[in-house]
Design a protein around this ligand. Structure first.
Ligand SMILES: NC(=O)C1=CN([C@@H]2O[C@H](COP(=O)(O)OP(=O)(O)OC[C@H]3O[C@@H](n4cnc5c(N)ncnc54)[C@H](OP(=O)(O)O)[C@@H]3O)[C@@H](O)[C@H]2O)C=CC1
Ligand SMILES: CC1=C(/C=C/C(C)=C/C=C/C(C)=C/C=O)C(C)(C)CCC1
Length: 307
């Protein structure tokens, strides 16, 4: 149970990766400011978290079952918290899916939306009304640099941020680029097992032999650790109501995002990505470094640095 003065932080998807490291970092806060409710859909996967939490387990860190895809599971978890009081909600649970669109079934795509989109909405619907009543709270969404392309989602989040300001509830997006977690290994394993039915040989070839090696290269050159993302998120929590809405975590990735805003038709980013992927190939990470150099690191200040 939280001590008086401690903020109750609920995190989804804590069995691995970013959620696990956030839970541990906040529970071990040197000033003991947080009580973390680390949730996961299957408690059989708790061992890594319990081990990493050490002494904090059972004190500033407690465990609860929560599957973001089920209304009942979400309700049961929140009802199980004293006064349903959550100060900081961190929506972290999420799954990835790569591959040519024609080879992916609608059911598979729906499962991504069910987790990454409706999972977040489900959590917000359950927790936000109490925050509005209390006139305080912070909702954090671990989104992605890839989310910056998804205008529809961003509109929904932006609208919520404006409305919530009126109730003193802060909304923040954390937008990491590649991070070394199970996300990456699950993606590679998934691709190995699949045959991509419905996609033509050229598409499968570009996907497997051009995109995937480049993607692995990008993870190697730019990849952050889940601790980096946890540190950024801790900073955002500590900024309270002055926290920014968008928080890019990776200064090396900012030039890529900047292209999108530098030229409003989208032509610049489409052609730059095409060139990087199909013409530069193995030299791509050199061009990423060059872009960083050309922007003189001045975009660094536009990120929430983990350091
Ligand atoms: N790694 C990366 O490069 C990046 C990741 N992100 C985002 O960061 C977040 C965390 O991912 P990351 O730590 O990297 O990946 P991991 O695969 O290591 O962790 C994902 C976590 O989400 C959980 N999860 C999946 N489905 C559900 C569900 N229905 N209910 C509750 N929990 C669920 C998983 O639990 P289980 O063990 O039960 O499967 C796991 O604990 C995701 O939202 C992802 O989209 C954003 C940018 C980059
Ligand atoms: C191949 C390739 C790219 C790959 C980017 C990757 C692989 C980003 C991964 C982000 C992740 C994993 C986000 C998770 O939500 C760039 C840099 C766009 C440049 C063009 C070629």
């Amino acid at each position: 149970m939280a001590n008086p003065g401690q903020k109750v932080v609920l995190i989804t998807g804590c069995s691995s990766g970013i959620g696990l490291r956030m839970a541990v970092m906040l529970a071990k806060d040197e000033k003991q400011r947080y009580h973390v409710i680390a949730t996961m859909r299957d408690l059989k996967r708790k061992d890594k978290l319990v081990e990493a939490a050490g002494d904090a387990y059972g004190k500033s860190l407690s465990l609860a079952v929560l599957d973001v895809c089920t209304d009942e599971s979400v309700k049961q978890c929140i009802d199980g918290i004293k006064n349903r009081h959550v100060d900081v909600l961190i929506n972290n649970a999420g799954i990835g899916l790569v591959g040519p669109v024609e080879s992916i079934s609608i059911a598979e795509m729906k499962s991504v939306f069910e987790t990454n989109f409706f999972g977040v909405i489900r959590m917000i619907k359950e927790v936000m009304p109490d925050m509005k009543k209390r006139k305080g709270g912070h909702i954090i969404v671990v989104s992605s640099v890839m989310g910056l392309q998804g205008v529809v989602f961003n509109d929904v989040y932006a609208c919520l941020a404006v409305q919530l300001l009126k109730f003193n509830v802060t909304m923040s997006m954390i937008e990491p680029g590649p991070v070394h977690t199970e996300f990456e290994s699950k993606m590679i394993q998934d691709v190995r097992q699949k045959e991509f039915p419905g996609a033509d040989a050229d598409t499968v070839n570009y996907f497997k032999n051009v995109y995937l090696p480049s993607s692995v290269d990008i993870f190697e050159t730019l990849g952050q650790t889940p601790d980096d993302i946890a540190r950024c998120t801790k900073k955002v929590i500590e900024q309270g109501s002055s926290a920014r809405f968008r928080n890019l975590t990776n200064p090396l990735y900012t030039p890529i995002v900047a292209l999108k805003y530098a030229e409003e038709t989208g032509g610049l980013s489409v052609h730059a990505f095409y060139h990087m992927l199909f013409n530069l190939g193995p030299l791509m990470h050199v061009s990423m470094k060059a872009m960083q150099y050309l922007t003189c690191g001045c975009l660094r200040s536009r990120t929430i640095s983990p350091n």
